[in-house]
Design a protein around this ligand. Structure first.
Ligand code: ATP
Ligand code: MG
Length: 254
């Protein structure tokens, strides 16, 4: 269970919470930009939650709190009963994250070595690591390409390596921030199918996306952020009408 309570996050505030300066101000009067305002959300184990919202609405900021990449200015984020800041290793083991721009996050030169890095840090046996790497690469259509250099892959292929790296950690919750952005249709379909398989097996999925095609039919819940606040939190079926009034593209249907 991920429990977010009354979470507020400011970038570049006078409290120096993250050291990131911003030139603009949202009117808080101290030069801070409030990216999240009083957000509360409980994400039960095994849930498939889609997080949508316009550019700058706070989606990436919110999910970066789930494994302690950011810390709250106000409020709390608790994973399985433990505040994230109290045990970052536990939070990062339980909550796997695929970043919006994964290219700067690779730690090894080749595909298989990068995907193996997380499981290696869990202290697993070589056999189990190899099994997880092979399974994760197959899930993103990169089977047999483990020895290739990451810097020679296309952007979409690099995105798939990043997704494989998170899959190999076997997390309780898998958070993917715009994973479909650089993927072609076969890779998108394969990744989505694999996410659904994972959910069948009990893994919770938090999918941040503007691209709701095929996704809402499978999701348990749709949360939409607007200007750093929760504008909608409902089962997708009952959210259809509300989507018209929100700044996101509806799923296209034939
Ligand atoms: N490192 C940062 N420093 C200062 N402000 C930031 C930083 N990251 C995000 N922001 C600001 O916080 C707000 C929320 O940004 P965030 O990246 O969470 O939005 P998002 O919903 O993920 O947008 P997108 O759909 O474009 O990915 C925006 O106003 C953004 O300008
Ligand atoms: Mg984002």
């Amino acid at each position: 269970m991920i429990e977010v309570s009354c979470l507020t996050h400011r970038y570049g505030g006078s409290d120096g919470s993250d050291g990131n300066g911003v030139s603009g101000s949202d009117g808080d009067g101290d030069g801070a930009a409030t990216a999240l305002r009083d957000v509360s959300l409980r994400i039960p184990d095994g849930e498939f939650l889609v997080l949508a919202g316009a550019n700058g609405s706070g989606k990436s900021t919110l999910v970066r709190h789930f494994n302690g990449l950011l810390s709250p200015d106000e409020g709390t984020v608790v994973v399985d009963g433990t505040p994230v800041g109290d045990d970052l290793v536990a939070a990062r083991t339980r909550v796997g994250m695929v970043f919006q721009e994964p290219r700067d996050c690779f730690v090894a030169a080749t595909v298989a070595r990068d995907v193996a890095f997380g499981p290696e840090n869990l202290g697993l046996s070589r056999e189990e690591i190899d099994r997880r790497v092979a399974r994760a690469l197959a899930a993103v259509n990169l089977a047999g390409r483990g020895d290739e250099r990451i810097d020679r892959l296309s952007g979409g292929e690099q995105e798939r390596v990043a997704i494989a790296g998170a899959l190999a950690m076997d997390p309780d919750h898998l958070v993917l921030d715009e994973p479909f952005a650089g993927l072609d249709e076969p890779a998108r379909e394969s990744v989505l199918a694999h996410l659904l398989d994972l959910q069948e097996g009990g893994t919770g999925i938090v999918l941040v996306t503007h691209d709701l095609r095929d996704v809402l039919d499978h999701a348990d819940r749709l949360v939409v952020l607007a200007d750093g606040e929760v504008a909608l939190d409902a089962p997708p079926a009952s959210a259809a009408d509300a989507l018209d009034d929100l700044p996101i593209r509806r799923p296209e249907r034939c």
